[in-house]
Each structure stands twice: as structure tokens, then as C-alpha cells.
Design a protein around this ligand. Structure first.
Ligand code: ACM
Length: 274
């Protein structure tokens, strides 16, 4: 199937302008033919909120807010499934979330489990676990799609939980600031035998006191940990790769070893100790 990431620089709090810009960037020739498109974390709002009030002004309901409605328009028009980050509001609570939107509409929401730095001042830690959805490509072939967001990469348990949950592909909307993710995601892909798609942003943002610089380098990895396609650290770019997601399902390494069957959860108890 054909997959695409968009790497770009959103403008802080300019949600409608950012959505318009993404629409233009995604489909310059009117021929978006990807089966799966991944956009960055908080792609339409900016990231480094100066206050929770700022975050509230761009927050929305995940199922049917402005961003999800636009994603649905794009999915419906192009036939692609989209994974993209947004500020989710549920009652008084905010979550750093990503939605999965197919040509038929909203399919599900993942709420970021591992909050980074000042995110802890604005967002609740995610409570969705690591869900995996069955999605079809435009030929009607089913595959299993899991989602994690940015800093989740630092916790190998995230990708492991998604792979154990049956994910063939991990979509990874990001606003990366730490330098190590581009060399870590190939290993997440390798050790779990999954495809990974990290869609990062570029540019910098300040919250008034300090600035964060985002590192770009959006990357698609195959199940062997090879980089199939990537972008540079500063450019606005579409990144494309074609792969067969069901390749992720054979985790046999040789006649004696299977990556998942050989796991020993009985001796991994420290992993789940509080
Ligand atoms: C991050 O998790 N956005 C650094």
C-alpha cells in the first residue's frame, strides 16, 4: 500500500489557516493517491502552549470537531485514511490526542500516554491504552493500525504494546525536540517487526520564556528497521513509501525462533511493577 507523511511548520493557534495550508500541501496536483497519510502531533494548532487557556481556544471534540471534519473531507475526497494529532477536549479535560479518520469518518482516538515536559501543565495523561484498529486500503485489503504520539517513542513498551496488540503499522504523529528519535525508531520497528511512520514538524516555538526547536527528519521504517524514506531536518516535505503491511505478521526468525512466541513474560514482572 502507498503511505505518505507530511512534515511542515504549523503556525501557533492559527487552526483554520493551518488546516487550509495542509490541504494545499497535501495534494498540490490533486492526485493524492496514498492509502494512509500521517500528519504531525497537534498539527493544526502548534505545540508549545503559553497557557492552558491558549490550548483551550483550539481544543475540540475528537469525533466531530473542526479538525476531524476537515480530515474526513480529505479522506472522503482522496480515499486515504488519515492519522493526525489534535487538542482533544472532553468536559474540562484536555488530552494530546491523535484521531484515525477513514473515508467513512472518525474511527478512533488515541490519547498520548507519556506526556513530555510542559505538556504536563495542560494535558491529562492518556487513558485509552494503546488501541489497534483494523483499516482497509483502497483495494479493500485489511491491515492493523496502531498509534502512538511523539515522546511515547522513548518508552519501548509503547511500540511493544501496539505490536502485541496486533499492529502491522504504527503511525507516530510527532513534534520531536530530542535528537535521538530518528535513530531509535528503526530499532522500535526492528525489535517489534512492524512498519513505523513518524510524521514530525519543523520550525521553532516559544512559550515566552523558552524556545523549542523541532527536528524534522520524519521517517518511514520497514519491519527490518530499514529507513524506507525520510525528510531533512528543516524542510517542508511529503515523504512517501510503498509497503505490504501484512509482512509484519511473520515474526519467525529461523526454524527455532519466533520474535513473539519466544517472549518470556513470566520473567518480565519488573516491567509491570508500579
Ligand atoms: C514531544 O513529545 N512532543 C516531545
Amino acid at each position: 500500500m502507498k503511505t505518505t507523511l507530511l512534515q511542515f511548520e504549523p503556525t501557533y493557534l492559527q487552526k483554520t489557516n493551518n488546516l487550509d495550508r495542509v490541504e494545499r500541501l497535501l495534494d498540490p496536483g490533486g492526485v493524492l493517491d496514498a492509502d494512509l497519510v500521517v500528519l504531525p502531533e497537534l498539527f493544526a494548532t502548534g505545540y508549545f502552549f503559553r497557557s492552558t487557556d491558549d490550548a483551550l481556544t483550539v481544543a475540540e471534540e475528537a469525533r466531530d470537531g473542526e479538525t476531524t471534519r476537515r480530515l474526513h473531507q480529505w479522506a472522503h475526497a482522496s480515499g486515504a485514511t488519515f492519522v493526525a494529532g489534535l487538542v482533544e477536549r472532553e468536559g474540562e479535560r484536555l488530552y494530546n490526542s491523535a484521531v484515525v479518520v477513514t473515508p467513512r469518518g472518525w474511527l478512533g482516538t488515541y490519547r498520548k500516554v507519556h506526556l513530555y515536559y510542559q505538556e504536563k501543565s495542560h494535558f491529562q495523561p492518556g487513558n485509552t491504552g494503546f488501541p489497534v484498529w483494523t483499516v482497509t486500503d483502497r483495494k479493500g485489503h485489511a491491515y492493523r493500525l496502531g498509534v502512538m504520539i511523539c515522546f511515547d517513542w522513548y518508552f519501548p513498551e509503547s511500540a511493544r504494546a501496539l505490536a502485541l496488540g496486533g499492529a502491522d503499522v504504527i503511525a507516530h504523529p510527532s513534534n520531536l525536540v530530542r535528537p535521538d528519535c530518528p535513530r531509535s525508531m528503526p530499532i522500535r520497528a526492528l525489535e517489534n517487526h512492524v512498519f513505523t511512520m513518524t510524521a514530525n514538524r519543523v520550525g521553532a516555538e516559544t512559550n515566552g520564556q523558552e524556545s523549542l526547536k523541532f527536528i524534522g527528519q520524519s521517517t518511514i521504517c520497514d519491519v527490518h528497521g530499514h529507513v524506507l524514506a525520510s525528510a531533512g531536518p528543516e524542510e517542508t516535505a511529503l515523504v512517501h513509501a510503498t509497503f505490504e503491511p501484512t509482512e509484519a505478521r511473520n515474526r519467525r526468525l529461523n526454524a527455532a525462533n519466533d520474535l513473539f512466541a519466544d517472549r518470556r513474560p513470566d520473567v518480565y514482572t519488573p516491567l509491570t511493577a508500579a
